[in-house]
Design a protein around this ligand. Sequence first.
Ligand code: PEP
Ligand code: MG
Length: 324
Amino acid sequence: RRQALAQYKCRPSETRDGHQVSIRANVGDLNDVLRLTDTGAQGVGLFRTEFLLIHAKQVPTEQQQYQLYCDALHSLDGQVLTIRTFDIGADKALPCLNQAKEDNPALGLRGIRYSLAQPSLLQPQLRAVLRAANHGPIRLMFPMLNQLEELELLIGQIELCKAQLIEQEKGFGELSLGIVIETPAAVLNLPSLLPLLDFVSIGSNDLSQYTQAVDRTNSALTKNFSPLSPPVLKLIAMTVECCKAQNKPISLCGELASDPKLTPLLVGLGINELSVTPGQILEVKAALCLGEFGGDSGFYAHGKDALSKSRMLDLAQCVSDYNQ
Ligand code: PEP
Ligand code: MG
């Protein structure tokens, strides 16, 4: 299988009828990035930077983060590095931070809520990212963002960090700015958010959790946690429609993207980029290359990894219900 897949490494990332979809990698540290060479990944679609804190005794300094992001860019050799700001809170306990206990942490101070409450954590990260952007293409995205007021505060923080860097006579580059869509509120508010954004990435793991009110970490609820349930798919379809209307690229970085059986569905829905677990890159690329997009009317997969016809029809029905 490995040998059969190897042929896809250098193939263009497109369907048989020439529809292009980028396939990028989800990473958690610099070693993951260094291992991407020769995997066929077109850069990094999600760097979960809070993983840098999991075993750390202290939060890495601005300079340490800057160096790490520069090393990652160097290894990517011109391909994009998508950095997600620290997604702290919920299921991620970090010994190096003094996190207050919360009764309901999944609905608590997590993602950008934590970052906005702790500028001493956010600002060094923003400055490190801005400085690294002087050395290669960086996209920055914010997790758990629901509404315009939050985005405006974060953009204010970026502007403040730029002013600080000018004062310190440190160079910085321009960032592409995005958010991770993780809640129904973010989907519903997207028309007002998009004018301030360069791209959007769907975090289908949390989008499923918050749409269905099912704790993604609770093993007693595994059966209830389905990122393929119609409401979640409808929200994905709404996100795509909204991005298309405002001509913004749309990525998906949750676990759904790593399943080659779902590549036809996600590409058929109009997703432009899939960010996947590194070990699945070639499986997903093979599924993409074996399929035909079939224009705006749909996606028809070929090969044994295709979705079964009945499942495809269920999903198509759900999407077309939404479109009516
Ligand atoms: C997601 O929620 O889908 C996602 C990509 O982020 P994480 O799994 O790190 O919460
Ligand atoms: Mg998430």
